[in-house]
Ligand binder design. Structure first.
Ligand code: PGA
Length: 249
């Protein structure tokens, strides 16, 4: 039985004081021991939110990280740095980073490796555009993303240090959710791809999230599908809606 994992991606929202006040106000209601809950606020908030989460089962994650260890990389943040402020997770390959900041599968692969090297957990985002879906390229696109982003990564690290988030780009922040059948179909496809790349034992343990306009009214339907093991929540994660999503059952 795979443990569900629900992650909050605050994106570039909430200043430190706002994030602290918000997380403080909801933390007891999202503190479950049967579900892994991960809060990914802006980097400026990590240290303070880490203190707020002290003594809870809730984990902390960064929304991005750089693959170099240290040096002249102005504006970037290393894995050691996010680890030092209490992160266990980092989101990598979010479509906003792929589209706005030109992140390629090759760059994302380096980031995943660096996170694994530190024995932290990567939440690797994959997803297709509407055009790719409509022109029936979606399976090829997702398959390439998986193969390239996981290049040279050992099977032992797949179920241990990796979560994959399937996020159709057309469903992110648009209010349009993929139908549950579409979401399940793609999460199943991802699991089968992992099985082909590695083996069934690894793929059966890998946790796969769905992300894209998850809200309190669709959470239960999504989170009870056989191949969907959690959600990556954007817009609804900075509202009390997140409490309802985590308590979907
Ligand atoms: P959304 O974002 O829930 O606002 O659609 C999801 C995400 O970008 O991870």
């Amino acid at each position: 039985m795979r443990k569900k994992i629900i992650a909050a991606n605050y994106k570039m929202n909430l200043t430190v004081n706002m994030a602290e006040e918000f997380v403080e106000s909801i933390k007891s209601s999202i503190n479950r021991d049967d579900i892994d809950v991960v809060i990914c606020p802006n980097n400026t908030c990590l240290d303070r939110i880490s203190n707020v989460l002290d003594g809870t089962n809730i984990s902390l994650g960064a929304q991005n990280v750089y693959f170099e260890t240290q040096g002249a990389y102005t504006g970037e943040t290393s894995v050691d740095m996010i680890y030092s402020v209490g992160c266990d997770y980092a989101i990598v390959g979010h479509s906003e980073r792929r589209q706005m900041f030109n992140e390629t599968n090759e760059i994302i692969n380096k980031k995943v490796k660096k996170i694994i090297e530190k024995d932290m957990n990567a939440i690797l985002c994959v997803g297709e555009t509407l055009e790719e879906r409509e022109s029936n390229k979606l399976y090829t696109v997702i398959s390439n993303q998986i193969v390239e982003c996981l290049k040279d990564i050992d099977s032992a690290n797949i179920d241990k240090n990796l979560v994959i988030a399937y996020e159709p780009i057309w469903a992110i922040g648009t209010g349009v959710t993929a139908t549950v059948a579409q979401a399940e179909d793609m999460c199943k496809f991802i699991r089968d791809e992992i099985s082909k790349l590695y083996n069934e034992s690894v793929s059966s343990k890998l946790r796969i999230q769905y992300g894209g306009s998850v809200n309190p009214s669709n959470a239960k339907e999504i989170l009870t599908m056989p191949n969907i093991d959690g959600a990556l929540v954007g817009g609804a994660s900075i509202k009390n809606d997140f409490v309802a999503i985590v308590n979907y059952d």
